[in-house]
Design a protein around this ligand. Sequence first.
Ligand SMILES: Cc1cc2nc3c(=O)[nH]c(=O)nc-3n(C[C@H](O)[C@H](O)[C@H](O)COP(=O)(O)O)c2cc1C
Length: 140
Amino acid sequence: MFLVQTIYYSEVNASLTAKDIEQILLSSRKNNANKQLSGILAFNGQYFLQALEGLRSEVCETLSVIAKDPRHNAIYITSHREIAERDFSGWDMAYVGQSKFNRERMLRFSGHGDFVPSMLSGASSLALLKSLATHAEDIK
Ligand SMILES: Cc1cc2nc3c(=O)[nH]c(=O)nc-3n(C[C@H](O)[C@H](O)[C@H](O)COP(=O)(O)O)c2cc1C
């Protein structure tokens, strides 16, 4: 079995709290470490953008769990591909919050100064996540 990487975005459920984010990261890091999954979760207060990478079976199983999570709505996959190597191997699940979604960064990867994930190609979603990863926080 080989490596794949999936990137998706979703819109947050309006009732989400900071405590929910902590809980998501806690269980993501525990589960992903067990399954040798790596990735990054970026959240601007309205949308999640997440990359998940590892063995295809593990990525697909975890994605189907994530898709049913009531803390967000439908997930939209922007990219799914076989990869020769991981882009986020240092993280069970890196996290980047709202403050890093600045206008300059958004203009670099899209036609907007705002974060509109439906307007991002798969390649731009990945490039944006790689750029955000340089600011990943270590929220425990
Ligand atoms: C935006 C978002 C991203 C998530 N990412 C992951 C993830 O990478 N890995 C994971 O195991 N669970 C992730 N979850 C949580 C799962 O939906 C689910 O709650 C969790 O896997 C349950 O595991 P637990 O019973 O061990 O807490 C995510 C949830 C949301 C809302």
